[in-house]
Structures are given as structure tokens and as C-alpha cells.
Design a protein around this ligand. Structure first.
Ligand code: SAM
Ligand code: CA
Length: 247
């Protein structure tokens, strides 16, 4: 299986928008959202990064423009300053985050692939927010383990966005719950997994959707009963579950 746990190259989508994974049943309604409230307000650098990403063969992995706008708003609403992102790809959600943070805000950004991050980096630099980003190339889990071992990172993150290997989400959660502060938010992306979470097990599914579905189902079950968090599952993009740490 691919290491991304998300849409694969050359996947055929009924939608034309790059990064589009909306679960809305009407394409017209989704276009309406984009045309009315998203694209007209999209910062120039994000538009540029979206267009650069559109030319990349794995472009279906990118965060959609409406979800980028949502993340940007959320980060401002909670006044986040110290943040983390697991799964950067070309950096659309990263740029949405970086633009929302105050000038001294920080993002610890991790991805096993630096090359894709560097595709989007010129747009991030143009936006004047590259200084907020600490990019680490490599798998995220060992970095999280190191931070927990260090001791000084416990309860220090205001916001964490997880958008990487779906088969590791529960492993991330076990660690992130200690790294996010009480009152802080972890956002797990793709928790509706192409709508497959509600499909009968014998329904026809693309191979990668079927493979990761069980991991997503397991995560959703675990989050629903975790007493340390309050949760809210939103049908934005491919589904994002917000977890607010309460203890
Ligand atoms: N948030 C990104 C955006 O807005 O474009 C999309 C991220 S993409 C869906 C998933 C990313 O997770 C890929 O770039 C992949 O290289 C990365 N990834 C996969 N396994 C990983 C791991 N163990 N640690 C860190 N990143 C990983
Ligand atoms: Ca995603």
C-alpha cells in the first residue's frame, strides 16, 4: 500500500476540483460554496500553491480550498500559537495554518517526503510565513516519542492537524493527547474516508479505501469513547474530527 493512506495517483473522481473530497451529494452545491465564499477570499499565495499542486500527479492528496479556509478560521478562533502538522504534502493546509498564526506563531511540520514540501515552499516564502515553519523530514512517530521523552513538550500545543498515514492515527492519538494542552484541539482528517465508514462491508470499494477503512473505523470508535476529549465530527472535505482535550 502507499504510505500516504490517501487518494492514489490517477484516481478518477466525479469532481473536477483538485483536492476535492467533499461528501456533498451535489457538485453544483460544492461549486457554489467554492465560487461564493472560498475562491474569492483565498489568499494569492494559497491560490498559487493550489495551482502548483494541481500539476502534481498525487494532487488528490491535497487539502481542498474549503477545508483550508476552515482550518484558517479555526486556528484564529482558538487563538492558536504553537501548532503541529503531521502530513504536509505540498503544504496547502500548512500555508492555511501559517497564515492564520500570529507572526511569532510556530508549526512543527512533519512529512516523510521533503520534495513535495519544496514544491510549495516558494509560495509559502512569498506569503512571508516560512519563518513560522519547522519542517522535519521523516516519520512522525519517532519525533513524537522523542518529544514525550524530553518532557518539556507535554501540554504545549494549541492545535495539531493530523493528515498522514491513516493506519497510524491511533498511535498518533496515544502520543498527541499528552502533547496538546488542555483546551487545545487535535484535528484528525479523512475520518469519513470517502463515505466508506457508513457503507456495508461488502460494498464495492477501491482497494486503498477498503484497506484503510478498518483503521479509520477503529479510530472513530476510540475517539467516540475517549473521556479525555470532547469531539465534533464535521463533513468538511473527507471528514475532519476535532478533538478538544479536556483532561
Ligand atoms: N495536509 C496535506 C495538504 O494539505 O496537502 C496533505 C497530506 S497527504 C494527504 C499525506 C502526507 O502524509 C503525504 O505527504 C505523506 O508523505 C505523509 N506521510 C505518510 N506517512 C507519514 C509518516 N509516517 N510520517 C509523516 N508523514 C507521513
Ligand atoms: Ca486529508
Amino acid at each position: 500500500m502507499a504510505t500516504t493512506g490517501e487518494a492514489q495517483p490517477n484516481q478518477v473522481s466525479r469532481h473536477q476540483e483538485v483536492g476535492h473530497k467533499s461528501l456533498l451529494q451535489s457538485d453544483a452545491l460544492y461549486q457554489y460554496i467554492l465560487e461564493t465564499s472560498v475562491h474569492p477570499r483565498e489568499p494569492e499565495a494559497m491560490k498559487e500553491l493550489r495551482e502548483v499542486t494541481a500539476k502534481h500527479p498525487w494532487n488528490l492528496m491535497t487539502t481542498s480550498a474549503d477545508e483550508g479556509q476552515f482550518l484558517n478560521m479555526l486556528i484564529k478562533l482558538i487563538n492558536a500559537k504553537n501548532t503541529m502538522e503531521i502530513g504536509v504534502y505540498t503544504g496547502y493546509s500548512l500555508l492555511a495554518t501559517a497564515l492564520a498564526l500570529p507572526d511569532d506563531g510556530k508549526i512543527l511540520a512533519m512529512d516523510i517526503n521533503r520534495e513535495n514540501y519544496e514544491l510549495g515552499l516558494p509560495s509559502i516564502q512569498k506569503a512571508g510565513v516560512a519563518h513560522k515553519i519547522d519542517f522535519r523530514e521523516g516519520p512522525a512517530l519517532p519525533v513524537l516519542d522523542q518529544m514525550l521523552e524530553d518532557g518539556k513538550y507535554h501540554g504545549t500545543f494549541d492545535f495539531i492537524f493530523v493528515d498522514a498515514d491513516k493506519d497510524n492515527y491511533l498511535n498518533y492519538h496515544k502520543r498527541l493527547i499528552d502533547l496538546v494542552k488542555v483546551g487545545g484541539v487535535i484535528g484528525y482528517d479523512n475520518t469519513l474516508w470517502n463515505g466508506s465508514v457508513a457503507a456495508p462491508p461488502d460494498a464495492p470499494m477501491r482497494k486503498y479505501v477498503r484497506y484503510y477503512r478498518d483503521f479509520v473505523l477503529e479510530l472513530n470508535k476510540a475517539l467516540a469513547v475517549d473521556p479525555r476529549i470532547e469531539i465534533c465530527m464535521l463533513p468538511v472535505g473527507d471528514g475532519i474530527t476535532l478533538c478538544r482535550r479536556i483532561s
